[in-house]
Design a protein around this ligand. Structure first.
Ligand code: NBG
Length: 911
């Protein structure tokens, strides 16, 4: 050592100095420096917004200012919104952690969010600033909003409800997380071919960047499948313990969407899991030339979150769907437990840390999964583990349709999740034993209550498991909850009378009035002299005083007309159909196509009306009040009957709309590719909307609520939330018809005994004749539909047809009396305060979750904080660039090329 040469010593010294030199830049206080650099808050005056937009255009996308276009500007604008949300979200999470609040965790296999940008800009209260910023760049805010595609990660009401809940939770400062799946392909895109048939195309929604979803690389969770169970003796307790050894693993990757609340800084998170392989490529196979085999594991893993199953109110009994369900709950529970432990809290505190809501039965596997974690990993006793499980979970039922009540084969579960099947059996055994102990006459009932059904296949009844493993079970409207208590879950209700409660659905007034109907929102705010209604919808009741006021009615009607004109333009552009908008009743039925929702009754009604019009004296016909009947909604690709209904609608539409005798007296229009965004256009433009399900089948319905909120009147049956709308908005303000649910069974029985056709109304028979004689194309297309109607008619269309037509007649008569009509419309809206999801969530929070709002302290002013922001660090050159951008805009506006390419790509099935 001592023999180092002088030269070596010199080298060592030099190295030492170099090391010192490089350490010079490692600042001790790096955390506070970073905080200083990015904090406190991004300024949001229009100049700063412009600079931020320019920054993202240049550095995030990246685009040069010379090829600036609408879509790029939309993306850059979205990134600036995301920046602001990120700051608020960081503050929110930090604050919740500090306060050790209890959090609601909503697990749902679907979220139908709709467009994000407009909602976020409105909720952040930055519409004026963004409007000005973008106008300066030569773009209108609406055009920018229009660039966004809907992320269609849901089928219908269940997923849209989850989205409304997230908006409310953030707006009312509730600590909450949404958990779901980030599917690569959303709900299929629908078009209609020349034959009138539905055509499905893959929704490749991730082919373009989606700025609002942030891949969180720090949250990656391993999830196991298959494998075996090890049994061993616990040295401490000498009891038997089990351990699951999965034979396959995949990774759950978190993707976060930040959810802003309206008029608050609280910003919650929707965490969507996507599946990644544990191993990207099997190098051994690759080296041996087996290229396909080398990627097999990756493809299998990615498959798990590839597609959203397109079934609404129907169980998709596929193994892959089951894997999706487990993947979702296993990742979610690990994430929740990780956050609990980060707070240095023990597993016993779980029920005080998180209230986990199971949105329908799809996430029910969370129950055996938590039990497994508590027993096998946390080493709790059964009683402790079961107590924690029950206190953590609650379950919402959204349907009573037998085809939607999930039952999974024991064989499948045992193969995929052997330990979970063992636990389900244990839960069942303990539950039934406990029941028999307390009930002498338990023999027959045991079979009915068993979580495992012994039919042709041995099946696990997921709803039964959800009930037993939760502390609260709720239905989604009064009538629906009563059916659950009295019929579907009758025996469980007897055992646990207090477990069952009702929480009627609601919708967010931010999206479904304030954003989608800005003119009406302005009028309401001006009339009430306050915008408080936006977060406390009960204020709408004050509109009652104005219901008779002629001037107010006039304004109200003018807004409806304005919205109808907007829809009319859309129909002309997209379908090349010209409809007059003056004095035409816009009658709309928009929802998934399902037999129980009875779109078939609607279209047969149109056929019958058409036939009446044809028989009329031409002079009289011309004087008839005018109506356009709109229908929109997708059918599950495998639902044959629903697809035939779409075909019939389209064929009828073609005949009626091209019949010169009919002219513009009556039209039937099917709007393809129904989406949240299309609903936002349709609902404000509606005069009357149809909610005509067979009584007792529609759990609640939520679109009915949106129509009433926007001054649309309801033509509806005594079903779901229609009944509560009647109660709150006044029976006289709803066009109700038909029998109560109690009478349905009798009618069905009569149909079976006497044959539905023999009991059918004459007008309906006549309409069916027209279908049968080929007026609307080959009868073979509709054979199945007609046979069902004539034979059993399960959804009792024949019985309800006459009252339905009579109610439609009342609608048309009333529309001729504008004063009465607008009064009904205003009173409907005035009575809809309780329809807000804010009310719904308050009930969940108080009666089920036991969580409390935790508002972030308000930031007083940006000046006070002495903000430094990213954009102010951009140098003077930015100003010059903005000038160039502005100059380029005019050229760009003419250049529609990009827009067209984008459109083509949007419609292209890349698969
Ligand atoms: C649907 C019901 C609707 C209800 C929504 C939301 C399912 C399984 N159910 O009536 O059909 O409004 O849930 O609760 O999608």
């Amino acid at each position: 050592m001592n023999n180092l040469t002088e030269k070596q010593k010199k080298i060592n010294k030099l190295i030492e100095e170099m090391e010192k030199e490089s350490n010079k830049y490692k600042l001790k206080k790096k955390h506070s420096l970073i905080k200083d650099l990015v904090s406190p808050y991004l300024s949001s005056d229009y100049k700063h917004l412009q600079k931020n937009i320019a920054y993202h255009l240049e550095y995030t996308l990246p685009q040069t200012t010379r090829n600036l276009n609408l879509f790029g500007t939309y993306l850059a604008t979205s990134y600036t919104v995301r920046d602001r949300l990120l700051q608020l979200s960081h503050d929110t999470q930090k604050y919740y952690t500090e306060k050790k609040v209890k959090t609601a965790c909503y697990i749902s296999i679907e979220y139908l969010m709709g467009r994000f940008l407009q909602n976020a800009v409105l909720n952040l209260n930055l519409e004026e600033e963004y409007g000005e910023a973008l106008a300066g760049l030569g773009y209108g805010l609406e055009d920018i909003y229009d660039q966004e595609q809907d992320p269609a990660l849901g089928n219908g009401g269940l997923g849209r409800l989850a989205a409304c809940f997230l908006d409310t939770l953030a707006t009312h400062n509730y600590p909450a997380w949404g958990y779901g799946l980030r599917y690569n392909y959303g709900l299929f895109k629908q078009s209609v071919d020349v034959e009138g048939d539905q055509v499905e195309k893959t929704d490749v929604w991730l082919q373009f960047p989606y700025p609002f979803m942030i891949e969180n690389h720090f949250i990656r969770i391993p999830i196991g499948f298959y494998g075996s169970i090890e049994t061993y003796v616990d040295q401490k307790t000498k009891g038997t313990r089990f351990k699951w050894h999965p034979s396959e693993y995949v990774i759950a990757q978190a993707n976060d969407i930040l959810i802003p609340g309206y008029g608050t800084d609280n910003t919650n998170t929707l965490r969507l899991w996507s599946c990644r392989p544990i191993q990207e490529l099997d190098f051994k196979k690759f080296s041996l030339g087996d290229f396909k085999g080398a990627s097999e594991k990756r493809l299998n893993a990615e498959n798990i979150t590839n597609v959203l199953y397109p079934n609404d109110n129907e169980m998709a009994g596929k193994e892959l769907r089951f894997k999706q369900q487990y993947f979702l709950v296993a990742a979610t529970l690990q994430d929740i437990i990780r956050r609990l432990k980060e707070q240095k809290r023990t597993i016993y505190e779980l029920p005080d840390f998180a209230a986990v809501q199971l949105n329908d039965t799809h996430p029910t596997l969370a129950i055996p999964e938590l039990l497994r974690v508590l027993l096998d990993e946390e080493m709790l006793t059964w009683d402790e583990a079961w107590d924690i499980t029950q206190r953590t979970f609650s379950y919402t039922n959204h349907t009573i349709l037998p085809e939607a009540l999930e039952r999974w084969p024991v064989k499948l579960i045992s193969h995929l999740l052997p330990r979970h099947m063992q636990l389900i059996e244990a839960i069942n055994w303990k539950f039934l034993e406990n029941f028999s102990e307390n009930n002498k006459e338990s023999g027959k009932l045991r079979k009915k209550l068993s979580l495992i059904e012994n039919s042709r296949d041995t099946l696990v009844r997921m709803a039964w498991l959800a009930i037993v493993g939760s502390h609260k079970v709720n239905g989604v409207s009064d009538i629906h909850t009563n059916i659950l208590k009295d019929k579907v879950f009758k025996d469980f209700h007897k055992i646990y009378p207090k477990k069952f409660i009702n929480v009627t659905n609601g919708v967010t007034p931010r999206r479904w009035l304030h954003a989608c109907n800005p003119k009406l929102s302005e009028l309401i705010t001006a009339t009430l002299n306050s915008n408080e209604w936006i977060y406390d919808l009960t204020h709408l009741s004050k509109l009652r005083e104005h219901a008779d006021n002629e001037e107010f009615q006039l304004k109200w009607a003018a807004i409806k007309l304005f919205n109808k004109k907007k829809l009319q333009k859309y129909v002309k552009r997209e379908l090349k159909i010209d409809i007059g908008y003056k004095d035409v009743v816009y009658d709309i039925q928009i929802k998934r196509i399902h037999e129980y929702k009875r779109q078939l009754m609607n279209i047969i009604g149109s056929i019958s009306y058409y036939s009446d019009l044809l028989k009329m004296d031409p002079k009289k016909r011309k004087e008839m009040p005018k109506r356009v009947s709109f229908i929109a909604g997708k059918a599950a690709p495998g639902y044959f009957v629903a697809k035939k209904i779409i075909k019939l609608i389209n064929c009828v539409s073609k005949v009626i709309n091209t019949d010169p005798e009919i002219g513009d007296v009556f039209k039937v229009i099917y709007l393809p590719n129904y989406s949240v965004t299309l609903a936002e256009l349709l609902i404000p433009a509606t005069d009357v909307s149809e909610h005509i399900s067979t009584p007792g089948t529609e759990a609640s319905g939520t679109s009915n609520m949106k129509f009433v909120l926007n001054g649309g009147l309801i033509l509806g049956t005594l079903d779901g939330a229609n009944l509560e709308i009647m109660k709150n908005s006044g029976e006289e303000n709803v066009f109700a018809f038909g029998i109560t649910k109690e009478k349905v069974d009798q009618v069905k029985q009569n149909n079976i005994e006497k044959g539905a056709y023999n009991l059918m109304d004459e007008k309906m028979k006549n309409a069916i004749n027209l279908i049968e004689n080929g007026t609307f194309g080959n009868i073979e297309n509709y054979q199945g539909l007609i046979e069902e109607l004539k034979g059993v008619d399960r959804y009792i269309l024949g019985h309800d047809f006459a009252p339905y037509m009579e109610a439609m007649d009342r609608v048309m008569q009333t529309y001729q009396k504008p004063q009465k009509w607008w009064k009904m419309s205003i009173l409907g809206c005035a009575g809809s305060g309780w329809l807000s999801s804010d009310r719904t969530i308050k009930e969940y929070a108080e009666n089920i979750w036991e969580i409390k709002p935790c508002p972030l302290p308000k930031i007083e002013s940006e000046k006070q904080l002495g903000f430094t922001d990213l954009s102010s660090q951009l140098d003077k050159r930015t100003e010059n660039k903005l000038q160039i951008i502005k100059k380029n805009i005019e050229v760009q506006k003419e250049n529609e090329k990009f827009r067209r390419v984008y459109k083509i790509m949007q419609n292209d099935d890349l698969n």
